[in-house]
Structures are given as structure tokens and as C-alpha cells.
Ligand binder design. Structure first.
Ligand SMILES: N[C@@H](CCC(=O)N[C@@H](CS)C(=O)NCC(=O)O)C(=O)O
Length: 265
């Protein structure tokens, strides 16, 4: 957890702001980043994939994570969480007051959220057969959960394939979507990695785009830098990472993480 909060909020609030999450999930990273950007304290509750669905349903009548519990409020879905945080904690705004820019940012957020499912499918296609699949998936969990993860490796592989649709046809189509989105992103940046997607400040569009592309690029400060990926899984994505880091889009993701995601554990 990032404790960079300049001014700590009420202690009761600190204790009661929880993120139910999978540490490696890109939507959970989006919500953590959102909270950290607003300098709000939070604590993670890491759920085991599979049984997580019961907890998620009892909390927010949904099965996917993240779910934020903020005092008496329970909010599921990273976009709804972002809108909630923006309305309750307007400091360090990620959405401007100007309604035209706001709509453009939300449209881009939506587009990159959708891309997240393609990115997730493709990165898991490179890692799902890795002998260290449990080490990768269960990084950030406690010892007991990691032992359980080791024991459930075959089930974990099956779950990843089925939940994220990791089969040759969908994977191929997702790579095409990723590459055409990278081209669109680079057209928007016009060769300048210091640009922001909308206007001239960091917004929810930049946060979401960088976050959703990060598992492909592996920027420092993200949950997916090279040193956190077990060797076998990293070997399968090394060439891709090298290629993307040479592209404007990859350099932009690295720059956004370096400048706007300091202090991430
Ligand atoms: N639109 C959702 C997507 C969240 C999502 O897909 N979460 C995945 C983890 S990356 C999940 O919980 N999958 C397990 C499931 O759906 O049972 C959001 O933005 O929060």
C-alpha cells in the first residue's frame, strides 16, 4: 500500500477504506492508482480467485474485482469507483469541470478499459503455461495463500484460460486490437511522449491508458516490472517488451508511470 498521503484523513476512515482485489489485476491497479493519486489511504483485501465470487457478490452483487468499501459505501467497477472518488474527494482531480473535455476523457477511459480485456488475454497467453504460474499470480498474497496457490496450479491455469478466453482465435484478434490501438495512441501523441491525451494535464484518460498497457510494457512502479515476473514467463514476453519500449506508445507509458505513479510498492 502507498502511504504517501500528505495529510492523513480521520483514523476511522483510514481503517474502513478497503480494496477487495487481485493484486495483479489491471483494473485493481487502476483503482489503487486512483486512490494513491488522490492521496487517500486504503488497505488491500486479497481474494483467492474462484471463491472470490462469493465475497464479491455479498459485497456488491457482482463477481468482478475491484470493489471499494469506503465507510458505509460499497462500489464495484473501476469506472464507477473513479466517478465516486471524484465526487466525494475532489482533490487532485482526474476529471476537469469542462464538460466537453470530461466527455472526451470518459470516452477514452471506456476505450482503454475495453482494451484491458485484450491486454489481459494476450499477456496470460504468454504466461499461462509457465511452470511458475502460481508465483506470478499469487505475488502480493500472504504465505498461506501462496501455498494454496502452488497447490491449485492446474486449476489456476484452467480458470485463467476460461475466465479470460485465452484460446488461439481470441488471442489473435486481441493482438490486432492492441496494435491498432497503439497506432491510434501514437497518432494522438504526435511523436511527443510528454503530451497528455486530453488537454495539458494528467487525467483519468492517461491513468487508464497507461495502466491498461502496462502489463505489456512492464514499467517501473507498476505491478509488472521485469524483476517481478518469474524467468520463464518473462522469457516469453522479453522480445515484446523490448519492441514496445522502443515505440512512442511504450515510452509514453513508462513516462506516465515515472511521473505520476511514484511510491507504488
Ligand atoms: N469493468 C470492470 C472489470 C473488472 C475485471 O474484469 N476484473 C477481473 C480481474 S482483472 C475479475 O475480477 N475477474 C474475475 C471474475 O470476473 O470472476 C472494472 O473496471 O472493474
Amino acid at each position: 500500500m502507498d502511504n504517501r498521503a500528505g495529510k492523513r484523513p480521520d483514523k476511522n476512515l483510514v481503517m474502513s477504506r478497503l480494496i477487495y482485489q487481485f493484486p495483479l489485476s489491471l483494473y485493481c491497479e487502476k483503482t489503487r492508482w486512483n486512490l494513491d493519486w488522490k492521496k487517500l489511504d486504503w488497505q488491500p483485501v486479497n481474494l483467492i480467485p474462484g471463491p472470490h465470487a462469493f465475497r464479491a457478490w455479498s459485497l456488491a452483487r457482482q463477481r468482478s474485482l475491484p470493489i471499494l468499501v469506503d465507510g458505509k459505501n460499497r462500489i464495484g467497477d473501476s469506472t464507477d469507483i473513479a466517478l465516486y472518488l471524484e465526487s466525494i474527494y475532489p482533490q487532485h482531480a482526474l476529471l476537469p469541470a469542462d464538460s466537453r473535455q470530461r466527455l472526451e476523457i470518459l470516452a477514452l477511459e471506456n476505450e482503454f478499459d475495453a482494451l484491458g480485456t485484450d491486454v489481459r488475454r494476450c499477456v496470460w497467453s504468454l504466461a499461462v503455461d509457465s511452470p511458475d504460474i502460481d508465483v506470478l499470480f499469487f505475488r502480493g498474497y500472504d504465505n498461506e495463500q501462496r501455498r494454496l496457490g502452488h497447490w491449485m496450479r492446474p486449476a489456476l491455469r484452467q480458470m485463467i484460460r476460461h475466465t479470460f478466453d485465452v484460446w488461439p482465435g481470441p488471442v489473435e484478434r486481441s493482438w490486432q486490437t492492441i496494435y491498432s490501438t497503439l497506432e491510434k495512441l501514437e497518432a494522438r501523441l504526435q511523436g511527443d511522449i510528454d503530451r497528455y491525451l486530453v488537454g495539458d494535464t494528467f487525467t483519468l484518460a492517461d491513468l487508464t491508458a497507461a495502466c491498461m498497457l502496462a502489463p505489456l510494457v512492464g514499467p517501473v512502479g507498476s505491478p509488472w516490472p521485469d524483476e517481478r515476473i518469474p524467468d520463464a514467463a518473462l522469457g516469453a514476453s522479453e522480445e515484446l517488451r523490448r519492441h514496445l519500449r522502443e515505440r512512442i506508445a511504450g515510452q509514453w507509458v513508462i513516462r506516465i508511470y515515472a511521473e505520476h505513479r511514484q511510491g507504488n510498492a
